[in-house]
Design a protein around this ligand. Structure first.
Ligand SMILES: Nc1nc(=O)c2c([nH]1)NC[C@@H]1CN(c3ccc(C(=O)N[C@@H](CCC(=O)O)C(=O)O)cc3)C=[N+]21
Length: 291
């Protein structure tokens, strides 16, 4: 193995510490701490683990966590009524409705109901539009975390060739928008791309978000590439990414592990977005670039 391991877990801990440092000044100015509401519908065990860990890390940063656990048979109307209640609650700065939702609920209808200024996931079309047009808004946490790791490793990304594998609204598309904003040259490839290795051969940066275990092979990579693995695939061998780690690590210059790479950054960026939301919602200034 020749690649450096990008320690997302350590970077995320540092980001959470910076969030925690900024909470007291907000509290002094606003007379309250930032609040994050997390809504979980149903009993999916993996989702329950994430929600617990979000609540714990929110409190550890000195912010308030409001956890709403609803039964799997909750109606869309009842869920939307809860979103309305959270939209109207001045103690709630950020709202996260854990995905996926049960089949009988229209996910888009629920996400559309969240006040875009409390949409710390950045999933509302208004925030997708703000990102696409260069306005202030909320950027989805996973791609934001990936960008932070890339800039920490590479500094200025101007002119670098970046390939994003995957075109989801949650990762691929916002990742491409962020890299474009950072002046990288961006290619999006996906399941229907012909000759995917052809595109990877020139990529200085690869972000893999395909949802298929061990999909990206080391032999496809440009030597020295920086590889960000967004995959979380549960296999018999445990949690693995979308990148074939062993072969990739012998070609790449740097690579994120799974676990301990992008996953912890997602939650840290959620707390970061909640802190930013609180400042905006309360009209308290936050120094530019401080977080
Ligand atoms: N509205 C919404 N927003 C989300 O941000 C959201 C969601 N729904 N639904 C599910 C996905 C998944 N997700 C992860 C967060 C942290 C880790 C994480 O910390 N992973 C650890 C390992 C955790 C483990 O061992 O299972 C790691 O990679 O090191 C993973 C995945 C957020 N999601």
């Amino acid at each position: 193995m020749t690649a450096d391991i990008i320690d997302g877990k350590a970077f995320a801990a540092g980001l959470r510490a910076r969030v925690a440092e900024l909470v007291p000044a907000f509290q002094a100015a606003a007379g309250r701490v930032p609040g994050l509401a997390v809504v979980l519908v149903g009993e999916d065990p993996a989702s329950a683990v994430y929600v617990r860990s979000k609540g714990k890390q929110t409190r550890e940063c000195g912010m308030e966590s409001f956890e709403h656990k609803l039964p799997a048979e909750t109606t869309q109307e009842a869920l939307i009524a809860l979103v309305d209640q959270l939209n109207a609650d001045p103690a709630v700065d950020g709202i996260l409705v854990q995905l996926p939702l049960p089949k009988h609920i229209d996910e888009q209808a629920v996400l559309l109901r969240i006040n875009p200024d409390k949409d710390v996931d950045g999933f509302h079309p208004v925030n997708a539009g703000r990102l696409a047009t260069g306005l202030h808004g909320f950027v989805p946490c996973t791609p934001l975390g990936c960008l932070m790791l890339l800039e920490d490793r590479l500094g200025d990304l101007t002119g670098l060739d970046a390939v994003v594998i995957g075109r989801s609204n949650i990762v691929g598309k916002p990742m491409a928008a962020l890299l474009t904003r950072a002046s990288a040259t961006v290619t999006i490839v996906h399941s229907r791309t012909r000759n995917l290795p052809h595109y990877l051969k020139h990529a200085d940066i690869v972000v893999a978000a395909v949802g298929r275990a061990h999909f990206v092979k080391g032999e496809w990579l440009k030597p020295g590439a920086t590889v960000i693995d967004v995959g979380i695939n549960r296999t018999d061998a445990g949690l693995v990414g979308d990148v074939d780690f062993d072969s990739a690590a012998s070609v790449a210059g740097a690579i994120t592990p799974v676990p301990g790479g992008v996953g912890p950054m997602t939650i840290a960026c959620l707390l970061r977005n909640t802190l930013v939301a609180a400042h905006r919602n309360a009209g308290v200034a936050l120094e530019k670039g401080v977080i």
